[in-house]
Design a protein. Structure first.
Length: 202
């Protein structure tokens, strides 16, 4: 079990005087023992991975504060601890893989509006597990949000009168219809994204 590996790695870190790894692993083991004491259970490997992922996130969040304070020593320490902890986590998904996984969940739940995003994010986090932290998963949502201007333009395109009386020949009409089809495809996609992911700033 991962619990035993953590104990062995802690002993090894103490022997080799790897202080940053020792501190990181000790924090994880402390969290594990606290959960077992409070709930009277033996934590699973899956739960331990969740604890490790949380510890990694805590340190990544702290780095931003250290950078503002110009604390290079603390930044280096946090990065070393992150490196040690990430050895226990599964291979992290690339941005493309993460987007694909979230799309699978959207299709599975048949999400069609912004109100569905809560269940989508919950399901995605459960499916993806420790392969990506919650912040990255939430960023997928933000990346697909559309601007209010794009949404307004999309609605205008779909209201475009393609049967304008100014059309005087079949060739002009065909050209305009092709142009309309191209723009309407973009408009429909934009409106769908706004319904599923929302509008920026709202």
């Amino acid at each position: 079990m991962l619990k035993e590996k953590l104990l062995e790695d802690l002993k090894d870190a103490m022997k080799t005087k790897n202080v940053n790894k020792k501190n990181a692993v000790q924090m994880v083991r402390t969290a594990i023992l606290q959960i077992e004491k409070d709930k009277g259970i033996e934590v699973s490997d899956e739960q331990i991975l969740g604890i490790v992922a949380k510890e990694v996130k805590t340190r990544k969040d702290a780095i931003a504060e250290y950078e503002q304070a110009n604390r290079e020593d603390l930044i280096e320490k946090a990065n070393e601890e992150i490196k040690a902890l990430e050895e226990y986590l599964p291979k992290q998904l690339t941005d493309e893989e993460l987007v694909a996984e979230v799309k699978k969940v959207i299709e599975k739940l048949n999400a069609t509006s912004m109100k569905d995003m809560g269940p989508v994010m919950k399901e995605a986090k459960a499916a993806i597990g420790a392969q990506a932290d919650g912040k990255r998963i939430n960023e997928v949502n933000a990346a697909y949000q559309v601007s209010q201007k794009d949404l307004d333009d999309a609605k205008s395109i779909l209201n475009w009168d393609v049967a304008s009386p100014s059309l005087v020949s079949g060739s002009i009409e065909k050209e305009r219809m092709n142009e309309y089809k191209t723009h309407s495809n973009w408009a429909l996609k934009t409106i769908l994204l706004s319904e599923v992911y929302g509008v920026k700033g709202k």
